[in-house]
Design a protein around this ligand. Structure first.
Ligand code: FAD
Length: 512
């Protein structure tokens, strides 16, 4: 008889777990509290514009990286058009000087040497490391828990050429490493390669993936991409229940046996997987009764990715000659909330994806980071008027800054849309409004957290609260790992069935 699995959360991790379990004959039900799949990998319609929230790049978009093989197990990658940007980002200073962070490492080196010749020695070390990392392919076929001595020896052998590099750069954050450069603009560019506190190696790896054209952006944006995986799940025969918020995980004799929804209904299964927010899974759905030391320590002390104030603006004009990704200084610092002030804005000009705006118009988005999610949450719950006013203030401030930097904005604004950490928590339940789970820091590294909890059988965790560093390929893998662990527990081989012969109209159907 087919065994039944309940999956909490229809984000990319839950969908991935669902697909692989269906490939292996399990009967699966995903319970998702929203009315769409994808979790934070989302876009939404606002008038004529599609506001794209998530995807900047997808590791595995090109076949130089073996994540391409993992994605190809789920969806037909050849049918997706990826854009490999020429520039990763452009970073500007107050005097209008700029550095173009090219994705091609040779061009990047030329640009950095030209803009900061005084830093030649360190620039050459930096680009040499990126070149070296371009051939690194992280293992992704087997769940770590199932690897044997031979597998570990093979991985160690594969990693051997990179150990020196990891030793040198893993223990440095972007911010710390930036101090090695004399040129102030280059220091700013290196600090902001990704989160300033993140380990430098991860930023170098990202640039290496871009150099090999295996971290491109999928035309159509985040929701269209998420729907491809959701459609695959449904074609494999998986069920997804929307508007189904899970309140409780049911446990009997140390085994997870089912879930209870907010409407009080109970559903039973042989296995329960939570692909939802890690904190509420452990401290609410399981009432803090089950955990493991690594996870508890993480929730006590590990830094998370920040929350976001996200501003989308639809503008009735185009932006020829402007970069798609730009960090530029504000005329004066902007107070975002009671604890957060910013000196620069990170802008995306989505002129590379014509599907997001009508012809002749452009979607602009600005991501402002804050760790003060409580400020927004309290306003949202207790002072709706003031909350709305704060959102308007932020939108006006951003438009004003864009007018100053790009010119000719104000008169063409057709749409504004502001999401705050409160919006994010409301829609996705992510702890502290973090947009990607745990940061990969020099102190904590990239080691994944356990998929299981002490004393609780038949229960697994996946998603960006165990897949450290988050990101779509990482959470795909964590869903896949959990499916492998379940197959292993049942003593059956783990089978992967890539998609075949899917009609285009079927791919674009809505799934609910
Ligand atoms: C702005 C932004 C930019 C990003 N850029 C990139 C990028 O360029 N490249 C990249 O690879 N990654 C990027 N990421 C990260 C990546 O999108 C995430 O790490 C990944 O999508 C997380 O997937 P998940 O399934 O683990 O979690 P989530 O997406 O949070 O999914 C969890 C799901 O569980 C549901 N849920 C929560 N609680 C319950 C409950 N009680 N009952 C039922 N359902 C529940 C939620 O509604 C949600 O659908 C970005 C993320 C953001 C927000």
């Amino acid at each position: 008889m087919k065994k039944k699995v309940i999956i909490i959360g229809g984000g990319m991790a839950g969908l991935s777990a669902g697909c692989y379990l269906r490939m292996n004959g399990y009967d699966t039900d995903i319970f998702e509290m929203q009315d769409v799949p994808g979790g934070v990998c989302t876009s939404w319609q606002h008038g004529e514009y599609t506001v794209d929230f998530c995807l900047h790049w997808l590791v595995g978009s090109g076949s130089a990286n073996s994540f391409y093989d993992r994605w190809s197990e789920l969806i037909d990658m050849e049918r997706i058009r990826f854009v490999d940007h020429e520039e990763y980002a452009r970073v500007e200073d107050e005097q209008g000087r700029f550095i173009r962070l090219f994705t091609n490492v040779d061009k990047l080196e030329d640009e950095l040497l030209q803009k900061a010749p005084e830093d030649e020695a360190e620039i050459r070390r930096f680009t040499r490391a990126i070149r070296q990392l371009a051939s690194l392919d992280l293992p992704s076929e087997k769940a770590e828990e199932l690897t044997n001595l031979w597998d570990r020896m093979k991985t160690a052998w594969k990693m051997l050429p990179y150990l020196g590099l990891f030793g040198k750069y893993m223990r440095l954050s972007n911010k710390e490493y930036a101090q090695r450069f004399k040129n102030p603009l280059l220091r700013k560019a290196i600090t902001n390669l990704f989160e300033p506190e993140m380990t430098l190696v991860f930023s170098m790896m990202t640039l290496a993936w871009m150099h090999t054209k295996s971290a491109g952006y999928p035309i159509g944006g985040s929701m269209r991409f998420a729907l491809k995986v959701a459609h695959r799940y449904q074609r494999l025969g998986g069920r997804i229940h929307f508007h189904s918020r899970v309140d409780k995980i049911l446990v009997e004799d140390g085994q997870a046996v089912g879930i209870q929804l907010a409407d009080g209904s109970q559903h039973f299964a042989d296995y329960v997987i939570s692909a939802a927010d890690g904190h509420s899974t452990i401290f609410k759905m399981l009432e803090g009764k089950y955990s493991n030391p690594e996870l508890l320590k993480a929730f006590e002390s590990r830094p998370t990715f920040p929350a976001l104030v996200f501003v989308a603006i639809g503008v009735g004009r185009t932006f020829e000659g402007e970069p798609h990704s730009l960090l530029f200084p504000l005329c004066a610092p902007v107070q975002v909330d009671s604890q957060t002030a910013v000196n620069d804005l990170y802008l995306r000009i989505h002129n590379f994806d014509p599907s997001l705006a009508p012809k002749g118009k452009t979607l602009l988005t600005v991501m402002i980071e804050t760790y003060n999610y409580q400020f927004w949450q309290t306003l949202y719950e207790e002072s709706p008027e003031q909350y709305r006013a704060e959102k308007e203030r932020i939108a006006e401030t951003v438009i004003h800054a864009l007018e100053h930097r790009l010119g000719n904005i104000q008169a063409h604004v057709e749409m504004t849309d502001v999401a705050t950490p409160a919006t994010f928590i409301h829609y996705t339940n992510n702890w502290k409004g973090s947009f990607e789970g745990w940061l990969i820091t020099p102190e904590n590294g990239m080691q994944q957290l356990p998929h299981q909890l002490d004393g609780l059988d038949n229960f697994y965790l996946c998603g960006h609260w165990v897949a450290v560093g988050g990101g779509l390929p990482t959470v795909l893998l964590s869903g896949r790992d959990v499916a492998q662990l379940i197959c292993h527990k049942d003593g059956q081989p783990f089978i992967v069935t890539p998609p075949a012969g899917v009609e285009e109209h079927e791919k674009s159907q809505l799934i609910y």
